[in-house]
Each structure stands twice: as C-alpha cells, then as structure tokens.
Design a protein around this ligand. Sequence first.
Ligand SMILES: Nc1nc2c(ncn2[C@@H]2O[C@H](COP(=O)(O)OP(=O)(O)OP(=O)(O)O)[C@@H](O)[C@H]2O)c(=O)[nH]1
Length: 802
Amino acid sequence: MRVQRAVRAAALTEAPLGAFRSCASRPRFLCLNASRQGLTLGAVGRGRAGQRYFSETRLARAGAAEAVLKQAAADPSKLTQEAIIDNLDSVERGRLAKLRNIGIAAHIDSGKTTATERVLFYTGRINSIHEVRGKDAVGAKMDSMELEREKGITIQSAATFCDWVKKENGKDETYHINLIDTPGHIDFTIEVERALRVLDGAVMILCAVSGVQSQTITVDRQMRRYNIPRISFVNKMDRMGANPFKAVEQINQKLRIPAAALQVPIGSEDSFNGVVDLIRMKAIYNDGPKGEIIRETDEIPENLKALAEEKRAVLIETLADVDDEIAEIFLDERTPTPEQMKAAIRRATIGLKFTPVLMGSALADKSVQPMLDAVCDYLPNPSEVENLALDKRRNEAPVKLVSYNSLPFVGLAFKLEESNYGQLTYIRVYQGTLKKGMNVFNARTDKRVKIPRIVRMHSNEMEDVPEIGAGEICAVFGVDCASGDTFTDGGLPYSMSSMFVPDPVISLSIKPKTTKDGNNFSKAMNRFQREDPTFRVHVDAESQETIISGMGELHLDIYIERMRREYKVEVETGQPQVAYRETITQPVKFDHTLKKQTGGAGDYARVVGFMEPLELGENGYTQSKFREEVTGGSINEKYLFACEKGFVASCEKGPLIGHPVLGALMVINDGATHMTDSSEMAFKNATQQAFRKAFKEAKPQVLEPLMKTTITAPNEFQGNIVGLLNKRNAIINDTEIGPEDFTLQADCSLNAMFGFSSQLRAATQGKGEFGMEFSHYSPAPGQLQKELVAKYEKFQADRNKK
Ligand SMILES: Nc1nc2c(ncn2[C@@H]2O[C@H](COP(=O)(O)OP(=O)(O)OP(=O)(O)O)[C@@H](O)[C@H]2O)c(=O)[nH]1
C-alpha cells in the first residue's frame, strides 16, 4: 500500500513497453494499478548510485488489458514483468505476423506501376488490368492523376492495401499488405523518401535488360538511410536481351549488397513462361488469360536442370556468407532443407545483410504471385522493425515503440494531400489504436485535434473505417498539421524524427498572367508547398518577385502544368536559375558598433566575436551556425536572441550574390549595451552589419550544385555524347558498354546542363536518355563567380538608383 501511494505521488514517467523492458533489471518493488484509465505498473527502487526513484509505466489503455487483469486476479504472485508482456504479446503477435507495409521503388520506367496493377488484380482489389499509357485510355489504377496518365510517369506516390492469400503448409493464410507505389523520376524523390520513412520493407524492381540503373542507386541509398529490408524483382523478363543474372551480379557489385536469385527463368523473351523455384525445386507457370492461375509441378524442364542446380548452389553459398546456421550446414557439407533456407533468407533480409532476387514479367502477367509470396515470407512485419521515438521529458532519449494496439497511441503524419473533402493526412500508426472521434496531440504544436474521419486509401478512392491498429497506414481528414508531425494520445511526450528533405537546386520567378488569377495562384502555391517539402515558394525582398524552387526542371514544370489544369491559372515564368550558395573560407574577427545617438531616443549595440568556416558535410555543405559565448552579461539574453535573428536573416540572403549562406559559424563573445538606446532591433541590425563586413573579409566563395548525371544511349552515339559533356567541363566517372547501349556516369555543374535534353535528343536521334541528381556543392569556377558577383552588384546599384 505504501508503495502504491509512493508511486502515485511520483511524477508520472510514462513509457511504452520497450522502455519499460529495458529498465526491467533495476526496479525493486512493482505494483499494478488498474483503473478506468487503463493499467499502469509502478516501480520503486534504487538506482545504481543508490538514489531512490519512482516510476510508473502505463501498460495499456482502458479495456485493453483484460488478460493481464485476469491473471492478476487469479494469482498476483505470478504477475512478473515477463508475464505481462507475454500476455499482451499473445494478443497482438498473431495479428502483426500477417501484416506487411511495403513500398515499391525503382529506376524510372522499370514497371513499378505495371507490377502494382498485377498485385491489385491478383489480390482481388481491382477487377481488370489497365496499362500505363494503355490503348484503353483508362490508365493504371495507381497513376490516378490526369497528368500521370498522360505522361505515363508516376508523380505522386499512391497508397493502397490488399489481402494476399498464401498457401502455407497446405493451408490458406491471409496476409494484409499496405502498399505504396512511388515515382521513379529523381525530381519527385521526396515521394520516395517519405514512403520509405514509414514502410517496413520494399520491393526493388529492376529491368531485366538494364539491370542496376542510375535511379536504382539512388533508391538503394534511400533504403539504406531508413534501414529498409528489401526483396528484388527483376521485371521485363519478356524483353529481348533479358538477363536476370547480370542484374543479380550488379546488385552484388554496384550496390554492394549480397544477392542471389531464388529462381531461374523458364524460356526467354517471347517464350518466357515461368520460373523454377530454387528452394523447393519446382517449376511455376502462370495459366489463365491474365496469368491468374498458378500451376506448380515437380518436373523441371530438362534443359534447365543443370542451371537450376548451379544457381541453387550459388544461393546456398551466398546464404552461408550471411547466415551462421547455413554457414554451419555448408561447412558440414550438408544440404539445408527448404525450411532452413527460407528461415535464413528471412533472417538475413530483415538483418539487411541480403536481398533475395525474384524474376518475372509484369506486363506479360508472369511470375508476379511468387513475388507476393516472397513479400510475406521475407519482409518483416511491423513488430520486427525497430521504430524509435524521442522522449521529450528525458532529454530526447530514444524509446522503442511497440506496435501493439493496446498501448497508448503514437503516429506519424508522413504525407499531406489536398482532396475534394479537405486536407487528407496520411498517418502511419506506430503504436496503439487510432479511433474515429479520438483526440490526439500534435507533438510539435502541442495542440489537441479531434480525428473526425479515418479512411484507408486505395489510390484515389477511399474506404471509411472506424479505427486503425498499430503498424498500419491510414489517412485522416480535417487534421491541420505539417508533413512529418508526430501525434500521440496526449499522455506520451514523444516525437519521431522526420524524413530527409533534400535542398532544392533550381528556381524560377513566376507570376499569374492576369491579376484576376491572383487568388487561385496563391491557393495553388499554398497547397503545393504544404504537400511537397521540396517545393518552396518565397517572395524576393528586393525584386518582389515570387520565386519557386524545386528539385529539377521537370519538378517545376509539373507544378506549372498542375496550376494550369487544376486551378485554371496561366503563368509567366522567368529563366530557371541555379540555386547557388555562398560560404567563407577563412576565419575573421569582428568588433562592430551600431550607434545613432543624435538627440532623442537613439540606437546602440556593439557585438564582438569571430566568424569561421565550418567543416564541410557529406554533400559539400553544412548549415551555418550561430553561437553565443558571452560571459559577464555584456549583452543580455533578450538581445542575444535578437543577434541570432540577425544572423539567420543574414544567412538567408548572402552578401556576395544574394543566395543562402552555408558552412559559416558566427560566434558572439562580447559586446556592449546602452541603458536606454539599446533595443532588440539595434542588436539585430548590428549583427547583420557585422556579418556583412566580416563575410566579405573572410574570402567568400560562390558554391554551385554539381549533379550526378547518368546518360544511356545506343553505342554508336558514344562519341557525340562525350563531345557534348566535354564542352560542359563535365567529369566522366564511369562508362559501361553493353551489347547495344552504353551507360555513362558524370559529375556536371547544373549551370552547364540547361538545354541539355534538347541537345542530347539532337545528338542521338532522340534515342538518348539522361537523369540528374544533386550530388554536392562545389566552388563555382572563378570566371562564373566574377560574373555572378558583378551581376548582383549591378542589380543592387540599379535598385538603389530607383
Ligand atoms: N516488355 C515489358 N514492358 C514492361 C513490363 N512492365 C512494364 N513495362 C512497360 O514499361 C513502361 C513503364 O512501366 P511503368 O509501370 O509505368 O513503370 P514505372 O516504374 O511505374 O514508371 P515511373 O513511375 O514513371 O518511374 C510501360 O510502357 C510498361 O508497359 C514488362 O514486364 N515487360
């Protein structure tokens, strides 16, 4: 009883099961409190240093912990921590084991949308198959936007869900799959980033002819960033020159992830008609008009037996390298059973040590179902992935979220979309249950919002649901928030880290052609900005022009086109501009006084300190930083805050060419304040003036974005393309010559790449393709720097004259 009171008196330290587990070794006394609010476990004990501590852990929401309570009533002495967890586990595990959240990501045009269309058809989500740019003019389900259907490219990621019935030990087992189809084009990379942030596994699609392509490498990097286990699917096996084993080799070599084929193809090109499953050594064919009937036989075609044995041996050897159990079997010269192989593939895939490779042709309706089986067999369920939140009350200490319905709710808003019914917010529920009508807290704004409506998305259609469980993905209406906000049930002071948002590299000025469209223009700008964090809009303080920035010309073009179609606004745009940056290259001290004291209220502020370059980060830059090291109170807190504001404003528009400043550290370590004449404004202005002066003395430099450029074209045009690149001072890093096409990788300055697409078309009779992705910032050539500085100075002089 004393313990209970002590626990109640203690400040509540709510933690989910994971955190509770990690401190399980130390508590001395435990007590269970069951109330209408739910179930809590109190712990009183002594810490390592002997200090007394109290903590109370909320185990479950109201009504969700009957099993635990029953046990407590039957025999309280058996109520150990393990028993509590086990009780909850038994309720939750069965559901989670059959749940998969997956994304499909790949190089542009690999067949993601086509494959997803098959998945939806075979799982019964859609009744018929429509092709990307198909003759029936319907278009694939997941490319719901008119522009997507017209251009045949995916622009926005689309979410859907389906149930896949898989045969397991002669029984039908139903798996629930939430699926996100993502765009392939690099300009829409944020869509891939945010999908991967919330998914547990991915299918990486490769083209059987091209293998690993430039965008496959980007997708690989993104999957690594979020520790996403993946299976690989070599699509387009019906194409001339298809070679799945070349793709496997390239995954091993270029992506440096151990990979092995789980299948070998039966027939090739037009006569590709199935695969041999190397684990069970069975031939699998697709029958029926749309390949919907799977026929399995033990008879492997005679001409494939040797190849199947050889590739099975490669699979076992590769697994032995990444899995101890198979390594042991391999060293004993035994052969693993299919069950042992499957278990090892699952362990190694989830452990990010391996990717199993499947193959088929989505367009020819071949071998898509085994890929779905592999999703269930080898990709993790939500409880097998570690998801962390940061505990604000404990100095942002990481806590593990557990995808149990009965725990307090934690979810992440990962994507916003404007719909006919208002703002649609996509949420991944990491813990607990989200219910219609429930109040949730936004961890960023600390505001309470009610969830009026929950839907499951099926591309652009939706299905209302009363609640959504842990580990699932849904969308909600009427919730005002930003992309990346964390929601909790209010009890937990958690926030989740958001996704990586790359900086825009290109910008242009934009205005509506007629003033009457101003209203719709602003509406469109607001909406696009909210939906896409890589699309930015600002009004230039000097020119008063609206400037939009994004990831590439196509990215901005798509928004201009959407404005015309969806908002009926015709716009005028300026020339695309490169998003340059400014930086400094040497340290410099400053001691600056702002003084205007000529009768009446004056202005006074003195700031002293230094500026120095910061070490460059991964992409050739680090954000600029401000630090105050004032001792002795020569500048008070309030004014230091104003100094920081001045610094931030200075970094937004650098002194050299008016572009943002990167990699500069400003430290203020002394100064002076006047009793009556100092103000926040005076300190802000003084800091800006000191910044400007010091920046110019610190050998400033203009940085330009360098783009990783990949060009593919038929071999006969190689000379033309190298010529084009040489003219642009590009650095060619790698050239790979295939039987028909060659692929070239180069670093090019973005500035030199304007107009490249039309020149490439002319130089290759329209057969060349290229893709660009931001690589890093690098100092701009001296001549270009001079031109840019001179242009900016002239612009400022002209403006001052006006
Ligand atoms: N021969 C062949 N063509 C295919 C196959 N799968 C897809 N295609 C074709 O490849 C083109 C691109 O297919 P999509 O499904 O749009 O590819 P995607 O990866 O979704 O494209 P983005 O989202 O724009 O990157 C279309 O013309 C498809 O018909 C296949 O298995 N074999």
